[in-house]
Design a protein around this ligand. Structure first.
Ligand code: PMP
Length: 358
């Protein structure tokens, strides 16, 4: 035996690990985090609670106390809630259960680039329906998704990287017109101007699963905590694939303590939303830039300026580059940061446009 390494399975051979660059630059607006740290009161309450934990013991496998807190947040039963390490893991667990070699997931394009990756990892088929050029989710989009006959329909609302919301009626129609599991990924829903979450529809639509996260509006991206709200049978099914003790004790406590302080955690949301409106208005004024409407904490823009991403980076502003992604040629996505960071971004964009047209 002389082999020095074992080849990965065929479907992973040419794969690059997913991830936005983590660069140390003055203005980082590329991963849709919230710029403000969690409230100070959270950290001291969390540290106090850690003192009562027995780290020599495994955590509660079913994380019941945390699920109770989440259930109370959404006025649902604890049996309807399940949490994991970020909403990425929640979706992955759902596909481990309802995906697989003989199953297909349908989504739209453009959307969250991890969706095809989750499918690849779980050996699930993946089909995409193109959104129209405006990137709005229309009745025709819903009809095309239903026509795929997919076992799972996976949709982000607000969509990422586009930023727009899918009308609630489309979720109802998709549920009525298919036998699929309908997953609504609401990672950014707290940033929408009105309450547009489809969590209340879970009571009426048994195959609807809503996925949420504490990484975005809850400003706990470093904690890695996401969850789903669904019918109890979904939660029972997901338990078949979860690793035992997948949520560590410290995270379970942090989640409970954070959810006790929801108003404090979400207090900064008004600033982010106001800044998004300001950014959209300012960008709409610029030549060579097209802005897509957004209900999230980021904005997608398309520009005819060459190498916009690199030119911004040269000015110390890191955004997300989509310029080589299908249907997103010339696009970047900018996360809404602090007013100062947003101003730095706007100044850099204006400079770049002047430089490029000189
Ligand atoms: N869904 C969408 C649409 C996202 O943009 C992200 C984060 N980029 C996630 C899910 C995953 O978030 P997390 O795992 O941090 O909860």
């Amino acid at each position: 035996m002389t082999a020095e390494r074992v080849p990965v399975r065929e479907s992973l051979r040419d794969v690059e690990p997913y991830g936005a660059p983590q660069l140390d630059v003055p203005v980082r607006l590329n991963t849709n985090e919230t710029p403000e740290p969690p409230p100070d009161a959270f950290l001291s309450a969390y540290v106090d609670r850690i003192g009562t934990t027995s780290l020599n013991r495994y955590p509660d496998r079913d994380h019941v106390e945390l699920r109770r807190s989440i259930a109370a947040r959404h006025d649902v039963a604890v049996e309807q809630v399940w949490a994991a390490n970020g909403s990425n893991e929640v979706i992955m667990q759902l596909l481990q259960v309802y995906g697989g070699v003989d199953r297909t997931v349908a989504s739209v394009s453009p959307s969250y680039s991890m969706y095809p990756e989750f499918c690849r990892t779980t050996q699930t088929g993946f089909v995409e329906v193109d959104l129209p050029d405006t990137f709005e989710f229309t009745a025709a989009t819903a009809a095309a998704l239903a026509a795929t006959g997919a076992d799972v329909i996976l949709l982000a609302s607000p969509n990422n990287p586009v930023g727009n919301v899918i009308d609630q009626g489309h979720f109802v129609r998709l549920h009525d017109q298919t036998d699929a599991l309908i997953i609504a990924d609401e990672a950014y829903v707290e940033f929408a101007d009105g309450d547009c979450s489809v969590v209340p529809l879970v009571a009426k639509l048994p195959r609807l699963v809503v996925v949420r996260t504490l990484s975005k509006a809850f400003r706990l991206a470093g904690l890695r905590l996401g969850y789903l709200v669904a019918a109890p049978w979904v939660v029972a099914d997901v338990q078949k694939v979860r690793l035992p003790y997948h949520l560590d004790s410290l995270k379970q406590i942090a989640g409970v303590v954070a959810l006790e302080r929801e108003p404090e955690f979400l207090a900064h949301r008004a600033m982010i939303v106001a800044e998004r409106h300001r950014m959209v208005a300012a960008l709409a004024e610029l030549p060579q830039v097209e802005v897509y409407p957004s209900a999230a904490n980021f904005v997608l823009i398309r520009s005819t300026v060459d190498e916009l991403f690199d030119r911004l980076l040269a000015r110390g502003v890191l955004v997300r580059d989509f310029s080589t992604t299908r249907r997103l040629q010339g696009c970047i996505r900018v996360t809404i940061g602090t007013p100062d960071e947003n101003e730095a971004f706007l100044t850099a964009v204006r400079d770049v446009i002047v430089e490029a047209t000189d």
